[in-house]
Design a protein around this ligand. Structure first.
Ligand code: BTN
Length: 243
């Protein structure tokens, strides 16, 4: 497995994507940057991370031979690999805020940006970008962010953490390859942030409503039990969990 370490780059996701257009990239090729000048988050946001303190990296996953029930499988596998890694490092109160933010308590410690490479109308590969807050201790203007150091008081070796994440990614992709999607989806649902708790959401028109998160559909839609006892499915762009 090839690991490319860079001092600075715009975005490890962009770098790996460009690399994959000019040469054949091996499965699990990983690009780690000490600093990203244009780190990208979900839905067009920016991902800022203190230089050398945290992990900002991307993994190339060849999916040409893997059957995917839906693109959401990649989120499930990545989330589970991260949760298992964080458990290994004794981080407590873990959950996944749909679709794929990793939290400890109500603080975000990890974000995932998955960008797929489509060939002949099929996902051929995925660039899995991971921003994990490891040894940073101050998050100015980000009251909802935390890190492994803040939570545990310990300083972590970044190489060791990446190594465990990659092993766990391999493990969960292997389960997916073996047809274990239902098991993986159940595991993922068990970690859903605010599952079965009264929660408040905002829809795309800004309407605020309440309900209970029950699970996710095969395609990755969030299933919410509404006041009239009906379970409604929402896709990513149509709903925001407020609290
Ligand atoms: C989010 O929570 O909004 C997703 C954040 C993903 C950040 C990672 S850092 C490494 C990779 N390169 C990027 O530009 N983004 C992802």
């Amino acid at each position: 497995m090839l690991i490319i370490k860079l001092n600075a780059i715009d975005s490890t996701n962009s770098y790996l994507r460009k690399l994959s257009t000019v040469e054949i990239v091996e499965d699990y090729t990983t690009v780690i940057a000490k600093k990203q000048t244009h780190g990208r988050g979900q839905m067009g946001t920016v991902w800022d991370s203190q230089t050398s303190k945290n992990l900002t990296f991307s993994v190339f996953k060849d999916l040409s031979d893997i059957y995917l029930e839906s693109p959401f499988c990649i989120s499930i596998v990545t989330s589970l690999a991260l949760l298992k890694t964080l458990q290994f490092f004794s981080i407590s109160r873990l959950s996944v805020k749909w679709p794929n933010d990793i939290l400890s308590g109500d603080k975000k410690i990890c974000g995932i940006l998955i960008e797929n490479v489509i060939k002949q109308n099929k996902i051929n590969a995925s660039i899995i970008g991971i921003g994990l807050n490891v040894n940073q201790t101050k998050f100015e203007n980000l009251p909802k962010a935390s890190s492994l150091k803040i939570i545990s008081g310990k300083v972590f070796d970044l190489d060791e953490v990446v190594h465990v994440i990659l092993k766990n990614l391999e493990y969960y992709f292997l389960l997916l390859e073996k047809g274990q999607f239902d098991v993986l989806k159940n595991d993922y649902e068990a970690y859903l942030f605010r599952k079965n708790k009264p929660s408040t959401f905002k829809d795309e028109e800004g309407l605020v409503f309440s309900g209970f998160i029950k699970g996710v559909s095969e395609s990755g839609n969030l299933q919410v039990l509404l006041e009239d006892d009906i379970i409604k499915e929402f896709d990513l762009k149509t709903i925001t969990l407020l609290y």
